[in-house]
Design a binder for this molecule. Structure first.
Ligand code: 5GP
Length: 238
């Protein structure tokens, strides 16, 4: 597999073409951004930690029957993935109220949401990733209704699999964001799953172990990500 020119540089990852048009290389950088890219800092080891974290989670999801773009870990900070035609939407499931839900609806952080909520946001930093609904997705052609329905069903299925994995490690999966794309007509989970795109709290102390540590200036960001990883069985030295 030959890595070719950079196709796209996101806020935390770069995407490279390969000699196979169906495959791409994701390079996880040490950049950490918040507030729609308005704040960016370099955090040592972050690229390696998120790459290995994502590989572990994607593999667990695949084993549970959730189709993903993940193919193989290539190096400390690179993974091989399928080349998806991405839907420009973020699918968010929340088990516990936190973040923008509390700001928007004035609800208290920490309330259990039964059943978990499902929300959609448009991927658009300039607009601040506004909340959208299913009819917007269809009317603006961001995805076909049945593909969005598949993405939604998969987002909920991910919840069942990951809630159990994090619970075993003594953590609560508060919420998370997923992105999907099409590969030869099939809806696959794309992008990444790491503590950058979810909220995880220690089940006993409710300590935040995710990117909120960066957003809220709490420090110990990568140490928390590594702690989460070790608790679910990831060996970052492997
Ligand atoms: P909220 O809407 O509360 O800001 O975010 C809900 C969940 O989705 C959180 O776990 C948050 O980390 C994730 N999330 C929402 N938007 C983004 C985004 O643009 N990038 C990343 N990495 N995660 C996001």
């Amino acid at each position: 597999m030959e890595k070719r020119q950079e196709l796209y540089a996101g806020k935390a990852k770069s995407v490279f073409r390969t000699d196979d048009p169906d495959k791409m290389v994701l390079m996880f950088r040490d950049d950490t951004s918040a507030f729609d890219g308005k704040r960016i800092e370099q955090l040592d080891r972050k690229g390696m930690v998120n790459n290995k974290f994502n590989a572990f989670i994607m593999t667990k999801l695949q084993e549970a029957g959730i189709p993903t773009h993940f193919e193989a870990l290539l190096s400390d900070n690179e993974s091989l993935v399928k080349n998806l035609d991405m839907m420009p939407v973020e699918c968010v499931v929340r088990n516990v109220a936190a973040g923008s839900l509390c700001r928007r609806l004035g609800v208290e952080e920490g309330i259990t949401l039964t059943p978990p909520t499902f929300e959609l946001f448009l991927k658009n930093d300039a607009l601040g990733d506004p909340m959208i609904n299913e009819s917007h997705v269809e009317s603006f052609g961001w995805a076909k209704a049945d593909d969005l329905a598949k993405a939604k069903a998969l987002t909920y299925k991910v919840n069942d699999v990951l809630k159990a994995i994090f619970a075993e490690g003594g953590m609560i999966l508060v919420d998370y964001k997923l992105e999907f794309g099409l590969y030869k007509g099939e809806v696959l989970l794309g992008d990444e799953f790491s503590p950058d795109g979810c909220r995880l709290w220690d089940a006993q102390t409710k300590e935040k172990l995710d990117k909120d540590r960066f957003r809220q200036g709490l420090g110990g960001v990568i140490e928390a990500y590594e702690d989460v990883g070790r608790r679910i069985g990831i060996d970052f030295d492997a």
